[in-house]
Unconditional design. Structure first.
Ligand SMILES: [Zn+2]
Length: 339
């Protein structure tokens, strides 16, 4: 009986063939750590891995056998999933409790004596108490159990956790794989090129653009380009007005949510400034959709001015990381900007 795999994934060939060989040979490690930037598809690959282990057909996952159907309906009792991303109501204590419950479920012998698999998503977001509880389990793993940890960054994970795991590093997709994947969506050519240029090999990031047909992206670009094109006073008014709207639209938003939204705008701002700089150096804009506006605005900016603005953005990013409130961060940016 020959086993084959059907994982509709573009790129990550080395990691995928390693995982598929592991499944073929049946020599799973007790713990894996999938790591690499956000949006590369680590979780999706982990799910295909899990589903393929349970699938009873020769072409894995077949999506038709009882095991596949159970998995797709969330009824696979031998599979456990935990996301460490915080929701609005989570506190440090509820997280520790969630993790403890999850780990004690994992340590129970499986319902039918079969193999047990677990995924912990965003394991790098767990607090130290939860990580210690996790460490105890991976130090003495329950029998016939494999746990897959997924992290965007491993810098904050204790070395004791990392050293117990089989490591799998994920890289951004190359342009060829990314283009081939984008071809599967019917996008207008200019949209496709813009998404390809601005998602930097991260399908997850590309999907954010695709999901709303670039509507928010276009709106945000127009807003930021207007600011870059206005005189300083109008730009300040625009920004203050915008921050007012941001707070009004998210009256309950916590500081970290406002910080998240702020980071999103800083990213976009940086991209636009970089394109303006690129234009000055006679290079084509990555943001193909707005290349004409970018060319026009670049006449207004000297290279020094652009570089200063890019430096300001980096300074603001550091402030956000150091928990300066978004309101203050914006005020600082307004004072710093050279428009
Ligand atoms: Zn199946």
């Amino acid at each position: 009986m020959s086993v084959n795999f059907s994982w509709p994934i573009f790129g990550h060939n080395k990691q995928i063939s390693f995982l598929q060989n592991t499944l073929k040979q049946g020599n799973l490690a007790n713990a894996y750590l999938f790591y690499g930037a956000k949006g590369l598809g680590k979780k999706m690959i982990a799910k295909y891995f899990v589903q393929s282990l349970f699938c009873t057909d020769d072409l894995k996952p077949c999506q038709n056998c009882l095991a596949c159907l159970k998995m797709n309906k969330g009824l696979q009792q031998n599979f456990l999933y935990l996301s460490a991303l915080k929701t609005k109501d989570d506190t440090e204590d509820t997280q520790v409790e969630q993790v403890r419950n999850f780990l004690s479920n994992l340590s129970l012998t499986s319902f039918d004596g079969g193999y047990k698999l677990a995924i912990i998503y965003a394991v790098d977001k767990l607090n130290i108490f939860s990580l210690n509880a996790l460490l105890k389990v991976i130090e003495e793993p329950p029998k016939n159990t494999t746990i897959i940890l997924i992290a965007d960054q491993i810098n904050n994970l204790p070395a004791t956790v990392i050293s117990r795991c089989q490591l799998l590093k994920f890289q951004p997709l190359n342009k060829k794989d990314m283009s081939a994947w984008l071809e599967t969506f019917s996008l207008a050519e200019v949209d496709q090129q813009t998404i390809l240029n601005l998602s930097f090999g991260k399908p997850g990031l590309a999907l954010e653009y695709i999901e709303d047909n670039l509507v928010n992206f276009k709106k945000d670009c127009q807003f930021l380009l207007k600011i870059l094109n206005d005189n300083t006073f109008v730009a300040w008014q625009d920004l203050e007005h915008w921050f007012g709207i941001l707070k009004k639209e998210n009256p309950q938003a916590k500081v970290y949510e406002l910080a998240h939204i702020t980071t999103h705008y800083l990213d976009l701002w940086q991209l636009l400034l970089r394109d303006i700089l690129w234009h000055k150096l006679n290079r084509p804009a990555l943001n193909v959709l707005f290349s004409e506006n970018i060319a026009k605005i670049s006449q207004k900016y000297s290279v020094t001015k652009i570089l200063n603005n890019l430096l300001s953005i980096n300074k603001i990013r550091r402030q956000l990381k150091n928990n300066v409130t978004p309101q203050l961060v914006w005020e600082n940016l307004l004072l710093d900007l050279k428009i």
